[in-house]
Design a protein around this ligand. Structure first.
Ligand code: ASC
Length: 151
């Protein structure tokens, strides 16, 4: 657990210390990175959504594990939308990400707030605590996708 926290702190520190573009050799690398992070987030959030919807039995330990991962990984994609990574929009990323950075930042902050609550709710150890936090996180995902990801 201590090691996980250290790793999370390190990732968080790097994400804020380095300019996004500096972390990647090529724009393609940034695209691959953010898509990979999204894939992992979707997998671990999917486990939580399935519990919240009663599709799989509630498991407090699995919920806490998944929520902790989601809360950490949620920060990663946003380091990989630097200048030049629009790839002439041959990805699902919409031009609005670069045209309206303040709105994109607001969507990002909404997600960060939601996943912090999700992590706490999952640690509380009841399905009743988990459900609304999963709902709020799903809304944050969807809101950002609606505005900034093409279908
Ligand atoms: C997921 C996933 C999304 C979001 C969204 C929430 O698990 O892959 O894009 O949740 O569906 O509404």
């Amino acid at each position: 657990m201590t090691r996980l926290l250290l790793a999370a702190a390190l990732v968080g520190g790097l994400a804020t210390a380095l300019p996004a573009a500096a972390q990647f050799q090529k724009p393609e690398d940034a695209v691959k990175y953010r898509q990979s992070a999204m894939t992992l987030i979707a997998h671990h959030f999917g486990g939580l959504a399935a519990m919240a919807q009663g599709k799989v039995p509630y498991d407090a330990k699995a919920a806490a594990f998944n929520a902790n991962i989601v809360a950490t990984l949620a920060h990663l994609p946003f380091t990989a939308f630097g200048e030049g990574t629009d790839m002439d929009l041959h990805t699902k990323a919409k031009a609005a990400i670069w045209k309206d950075p303040a709105k994109f930042k607001a969507a990002q902050d909404k997600l960060f707030a939601a996943v912090t609550k999700l992590d706490a709710a999952a640690k509380a150890g009841t399905l009743d605590a988990l459900k609304p936090a999963v709902g709020a996180t799903g809304e944050a995902c969807k809101g950002c996708h609606d505005d900034f990801r093409s279908k």
